[in-house]
Design a binder for this molecule. Structure first.
Ligand SMILES: Nc1nc2c(ncn2[C@@H]2O[C@H](COP(=O)(O)OP(=O)(O)OP(=O)(O)O)[C@@H](O)[C@H]2O)c(=O)[nH]1
Ligand SMILES: [Mg+2]
Length: 317
């Protein structure tokens, strides 16, 4: 099986070898340098690949990895790369030694060609390792870099205005679209103050249904709520332009309250679209949910977050 990545690696390695060692008059020395050049080049690449693969350390990353890599075992991939390095080293040392022990020009040439063949077949045989490594690199770009900071997680049904709020609170440049399921990964922004920063995480919209029935994208939100949130901002879209009724939005809030034992703030989005109807419902909320903190102006919400979190010493790690 030929795999472009492997073929390119071999080509570059052999090209380097072609240009190396030529200054040595001694044929033995020249060929040993060629072997060494190839070995070193390939081993450097494999070492880089090995180091690139980072195994998740905490529970959040472990679970996120198992969501993202259902088809690839990252740990095994890393072990396999280590193993390939070992085999290639053995082959290199063997042929280097063989060449050292002979004086016959033809045999030296034969060993060198054999070495090229062995190296090629080892890498080709393991082409899938290179393929998985590239898949790993691509998917890893979507893995957020979570910092140890007080963390606020924005949650709610799809299309209610979560990403818009993240943008308004942090200036983060996120994708905002008038249709549901726009956000598919955890998106991060920071509220910066001269004294401390607050990490704000925008999540994919989740539907009001049992966690077992949630898809992989919704589960990312659940992970953020579970492992990362010190505080949850739950968004209500009273205009229902998101496509979900207020009843559904209340149900999801109740589910989040039940599952996660965390502080929740309510934020009412799309205030600029409010008619008398929404104003009336908002007032009902303010009266009925008087044990909850409620905002509909993101500037006020931001001011509140800064002054509230400032005193939450236990949220700083
Ligand atoms: N008029 C108005 N529109 C808003 C407001 N907030 C969000 N929207 C619109 O609502 C739509 C959805 O906004 P998003 O911020 O993408 O919603 P989301 O909750 O992140 O959506 P998903 O990522 O798909 O779950 C977009 O068309 C926004 O422009 C607001 O305060 N006022
Ligand atoms: Mg979004």
């Amino acid at each position: 099986m030929k795999y472009k990545f492997v073929e390119e690696l071999l080509l570059s390695a052999f090209r380097r070898a072609k240009n190396s060692g030529n200054k040595f008059y001694d044929i033995k020395e020249r060929n040993i340098v060629k072997l060494q050049t190839i070995y070193q080049y390939i081993d450097d690449k494999l070492e880089k690949m090995y180091n690139d693969i980072i195994l998740p350390e905490n529970k959040f990353y472990k679970e996120l990895y198992s969501l993202l890599f259902t088809d690839i075992d990252i740990k095994k991939l890393k072990e396999r790369i280590k193993y390939i390095r070992k085999i290639i080293k053995q082959v290199y040392l063997k042929y280097k030694n063989d060449i050292k022990l002979t004086k016959d020009k033809k045999i030296i040439e034969k060993y060198r060609r054999e070495f090229y063949g062995r190296i090629s077949s080892i890498l080709r045989r393991n082409w899938i390792v290179f393929k998985y490594y590239n898949i790993y690199l691509n998917r890893r770009r979507k893995i957020p870099n979570i910092k140890n900071l007080p963390t606020v997680v924005i949650s709610g049904l799809p299309n209610v205005g979560k990403s818009t709020l993240l943008k308004n609170l942090t200036g983060s440049n996120v994708k905002i679209e008038p249709y549901p399921f726009t956000t598919k990964d955890l998106m991060i922004g920071y509220i910066k103050t001269p004294y401390f920063d607050i990490q704000v995480i925008d999540t994919p919209g989740i539907l009001d249904r049992p966690i077992e029935e949630m898809n992989e994208i919704e589960r990312k939100s659940i992970l953020a709520l579970n492992y990362l949130a010190n505080l949850i901002i739950y968004i209500f879209d009273l205009t229902e332009t998101c496509g979900y009724s207020i009843e559904e939005q209340k149900n999801l809030l109740n589910m989040i309250k039940k599952i996660f034992d965390k502080e929740i703030i309510l934020y009412f989005s799309k205030k600029d679209l409010f008619t008398e109807r929404e104003e009336r419902i908002l007032n009902e909320f303010i009266n009925n949910y008087n044990n909850m903190t409620i905002f509909y102006d993101y500037n006020k919400l931001k001011e509140f977050l800064i002054s509230y979190i400032k005193n939450k010493k236990e949220w700083y790690i």
